[in-house]
Unconditional design. Structure first.
Length: 335
């Protein structure tokens, strides 16, 4: 049943939208975030709020946001279910950065005017932290510390409408397939975006059909979430690396930011190949020219630990409603 009124506070992180529901979210039973995600995925009547907020005319094909839910235990400040026009994702780095700023800005998590405050969040892929750095009561940046990342497979050949291409698969809270854009005669620029979307959907579909990414412990986390197209500009003067990317996730959605969980997946590959020394910084640019900086900060038994730094800004507050006479209902999607 669709709630009569939904209240949101909207942010963007490096250009990618993030709509936080602060009132009117559905009741989603479950002992933890993963169970709540499983519930809403299997109960269509609980999913109408996401549709209302994502679909036109209230949203758009690339809208992104979340429901704030209880944490799995007292070790986190809150939990979240990330959503987009096609469903519910397992991870979201740009959303975690936005949630860190939102939690401190709204007073949900107390923070000193100067220093770093950790906002701990339970997400479907695990427990993550947004480290909010403030000076004089103003946030300077937010650093997202992710779940462990690893390389899943290298050199997987995929047939596309533009020819065969070799992709590498890695985990950054979700599985991503990395593609060097020049391998298909492209560059990560807005002029090529339409073709990049088509090819990204082809690659994701082909890999999912082959069950190319199976999670080692939880089948609900399996499957390719996105295709990361990247341009490599080589070694930076400080010993780090400079790349530009665009991630085509879910069913043809375009990440305007450099993609937080996707940046973690890229770090796993760069660390594994030795192209990015431990502690060195990856400058990761987006297709619109925004930037995350990222590095490997630790290693645990299940993978590497990464930190991705960016910034989120509020863009507005909204109250959404559905008139029961509206023939379009919760809306529509043209793409």
């Amino acid at each position: 049943m669709t709630p009569a009124i939904i209240h949101t506070q909207d942010y963007h992180t490096a250009g990618e939208p993030f709509r936080i529901v602060i009132g009117g979210a559905p009741e989603l039973p479950g002992a933890n975030v993963r169970e709540r995600r499983a519930y809403v995925q299997s109960h269509p009547e609980a999913d109408v709020a996401r549709q209302l907020l994502c679909f036109e005319p209230r949203g758009h094909a690339d809208m992104y946001g979340c429901f704030v839910v209880p944490p799995d235990d007292d070790g986190a400040h809150f939990g979240t279910l990330f959503w987009h026009k096609d469903g519910y994702s397992t991870a979201c780095g740009h959303g975690t950065i936005a949630l860190g700023e939102w939690a401190v800005r709204t007073g949900r998590v107390a923070a000193a005017d100067d220093g770093v405050t950790d906002v701990v969040i339970d997400v479907p892929s695990g427990r993550v932290t947004a480290r909010v750095h403030r000076v004089g009561g103003i946030t300077q940046d937010v650093t997202f510390r992710n779940v462990p990342a690893w390389v899943h497979a290298r050199g997987v050949t995929v047939a596309t409408s533009r020819g065969e291409v070799s992709v590498d698969i890695s985990w950054g809270g979700a599985y991503y397939a990395s593609v060097r854009a020049t391998d298909l005669g492209l560059a990560v620029t807005p002029d090529n975006l339409a073709e990049i979307i088509v090819l990204g959907r082809e690659i994701k579909a082909a890999l999912d059909a082959d069950a190319a990414a199976t999670h080692p412990s939880d089948p609900l986390l399996s499957g390719i979430y996105g295709t990361i197209w990247f341009d490599d500009f080589g070694k930076a003067e400080d010993g780090g690396r400079h790349q530009r990317n665009v991630t085509i996730f879910a069913d043809g959605e375009v990440d305007r930011s450099p993609c937080g969980s996707g940046t973690t997946a890229r770090l796993a590959l760069l660390d594994d190949s030795g192209e990015l020394p431990r502690g060195a910084v990856l400058r990761h640019d987006s297709i619109i020219g925004t930037t995350f900086t990222a590095r490997v900060v630790d290693e645990v038994e299940t993978g590497i630990i990464t930190e991705i730094t960016g910034m989120a800004y509020p863009t507005g507050e909204s109250t959404f409603a559905l008139d029961d006479r509206d023939p379009l209902g919760t809306g529509f999607v043209l793409r």
